[in-house]
Design a protein around this ligand. Structure first.
Ligand code: NAD
Length: 554
């Protein structure tokens, strides 16, 4: 029974605040905490471990009150989920500025952070939790679809999808559970194992997975048959990844793609060692944590060895951002890093084009508004087959959570076009209320995360976060509705810094100008960052556009 009163986001076309930018911030904040969206509403946790929307319940009430009374020439300052000041500003800039979880680098450890958190002085903002633009599992589904489609294009040629291809993976929990559906959306066959049956059952119920097979052989046979028939399907089986991957390899099967999303980032509370039942593993976790971690890492070693064997035999193998290679390396698999992470393998070329996760939310709360925007997007980009496929399938397969929203990846240039088009839809009354546009912090110009998004940069600048700060500054200056700067999202405290941007298309002429500026500068910084690091695709993107890069004489 809830002891706290967290309101649902207001919907409809009537303001409950003094302007659409503060209204958008209020609706998106409360949407992050919507019962269909938040993982743990009572504790204000939106997603991703402890990613919170506000520091505590008092801070949440104070933010709501501040947004409701905020004037159009004032800006609300949020420090780690607490409203700390309302300052005079001006009409054309952000109504809210947010800084979450930031620590001076020398003190940037979980220990120091947790101490401050326990004292009520900080909160973990993750990426879109503390910056109020999370839209539920659609975000991870689309990102996963984009990755598999990028892999298909890289390996099988432009315009290809995964038709007739076999993808082997493991870990179909909270986020990894998007893999089976994403592969199916890309028309491939997904063969996935998870050590816990209830997790697989959950994916079946939510239609993220088609079939649960009783045995390894049954799952393999069905997968091979489906590949032959070129039938898109997702197949689950209960098993430890280290055992299942070896079993598939020993049978002589060579999947086209091999990856994994078991929770290997956490060897104690996430990953499950093999050669024991889950119940035995859970008991060992509490009785002897050190032994558990040792066995967990040894299992990661076997798991990675199987993946390396697939790679040697011709499969395309990649790490999916869960630190699995590191665990294996620590137990002596010295060549664990022989297969790449997903960003250098597939996503970086997209980042070089200024591409990234562009999302929008219908503030009206009416799903029909998203249908209108989907159709308008297809008209705006008639040639983009991948986008059309995604939008059609998303309409059919994705259930909205909280306020209706959509996500797709758009390049530099395209985001600006889409933003202006949305503003026009609002102006002409084709949608019932303003549309808010935002993105993940995992984007081309906004994130610095050496173990993930900026792994293996061409010039070795993986850990240089000047870029994320410049991204924040230009988006703030150019008139976003709210901007944010966070530390530790995705990979944990000490490992990343990143900025967020949200802008509300309210239909006004002023917003035409602001949208043009922000949706240019935001991905523009991504193109500049990658061009500066030496990526030719980024330099070519800059050359073909109006982007000026003085050091490169572009
Ligand atoms: P989760 O804890 O919800 O799910 C992990 C799943 O792995 C569980 O279902 C668990 O039963 C299963 N599992 C654990 N050990 C196993 C083993 N040895 N064999 C088979 N199954 C096993 O976690 P999640 O949110 O799905 O995230 C999974 C991992 O992916 C995390 O490490 C996360 O950091 C990473 N991740 C990366 C990205 C990205 O951008 N690439 C996005 C999301 C998550």
């Amino acid at each position: 029974m809830s002891t706290h009163n967290i309101p649902l986001p207001p919907t409809g076309s009537t303001l409950t605040t003094k302007g659409w930018h503060q209204e958008a911030a209020l609706r998106c904040l409360l949407n992050n905490l919507h019962p269909e969206v938040a993982e743990d509403r009572e504790n204000l946790i939106v997603y991703g471990g402890n990613g919170q929307a506000a520091r505590n319940h008092q801070a949440l009430q104070d933010i709501i009150h501040a947004l409701k009374n905020l004037e159009n020439n004032e800006t609300l300052m949020i420090q780690s989920g607490k409203p700390v000041a309302i300052l005079p500003s001006h009409e054309h800039g952000p109504r809210v500025l947010i800084a979450n979880s930031n620590l001076v680098p020398h003190w940037a450890t979980w220990e120091h952070f947790n101490k401050l958190k326990d004292e009520g002085l900080m909160m973990y903002g993750q990426m879109t939790a503390g910056s109020w633009i999370y839209i539920g599992t659609q975000g991870i589904l689309q990102g996963t679809y984009e990755t598999f489609m990028a892999a298909a294009e890289k390996h099988y040629g432009e315009g290809s999808d995964l038709t007739g291809k076999l993808v082997l993976t493991a870990g179909i929990g909270g986020m990894g559970g998007a893999q089976p559906l994403a592969v199916k959306m890309a028309n491939g066959v997904c063969l996935a194992c998870d050590v816990e049956e209830w997790r697989i059952e959950k994916r079946l119920k939510t239609r993220y997975l088609d079939v649960l097979c009783k045995s390894f052989d049954e799952a393999i046979d069905l997968a091979l048959k489906s590949v032959k028939e070129k039938k898109a399907i997702s197949i689950g089986v209960v098993g430890n990844a280290a055992d299942f991957f070896k079993y598939v390899y020993d049978k002589g099967i060579r999947p086209d793609l091999v990856t994994d999303q078991t929770s290997a980032h956490d060897p104690l509370n996430g990953y499950v060692p093999h050669k024991m039942t889950v119940a035995e593993a859970l008991a060992l976790r509490t009785s002897n944590p050190a032994k558990y971690v040792e066995l967990s890492k040894l299992t990661m070693g076997e798991h990675v060895k199987a993946m390396l064997a697939f790679q040697k035999a011709g499969s395309h193998v990649f790490d999916y951002g869960n630190n699995l290679r590191e665990g294996a390396k620590q137990v002596g698999v010295t060549n664990a890093y022989d297969f790449p992470g997903f960003v250098p393998a597939y996503i970086r070329p997209l980042f070089c084009k200024g591409s990234g996760p562009f999302r929008w939310v219908a503030l009206s709360g009416d799903p029909e508004d998203i249908r209108v925007t989907d159709e308008a997007m297809k008209k705006l980009f008639p040639e983009n087959k991948k986008l059309h496929n995604w939008l059609d399938k998303a309409q059919e397969m994705v259930a909205f959570q909280g306020l209706p929203a959509r996500i797709c990846w758009l390049n530099y240039g395209e985001r600006e076009k889409a933003g202006l088009m949305f503003n026009q839809l609002v102006r002409e009354g084709k949608v019932k209320a303003p549309i808010v546009i935002g993105r993940d912090h995992l984007d081309t110009g906004s994130v610095t995360s050496p173990n993930r998004e900026t792994e293996g940069m061409m010039d070795g600048t993986d850990a240089v976060s000047d870029w994320s700060l410049l991204n924040l500054m230009i988006n703030t200056m150019n008139g976003a509705s709210w901007t944010s700067f966070h530390h530790g999202g995705g990979v944990g405290i000490g490992y990343s810094q990143h900025s967020g941007m949200v802008i509300c298309a309210d239909g006004s002429k002023d917003m035409d100008e602001r949208l043009k500026r922000v949706l240019n500068s935001d991905p523009g910084m991504g193109v500049a960052r990658h061009a500066d690091a030496g990526y030719e695709i980024a330099r070519e993107t800059a050359r073909k556009s109006s982007l000026k890069l003085p050091s490169l004489k572009i």
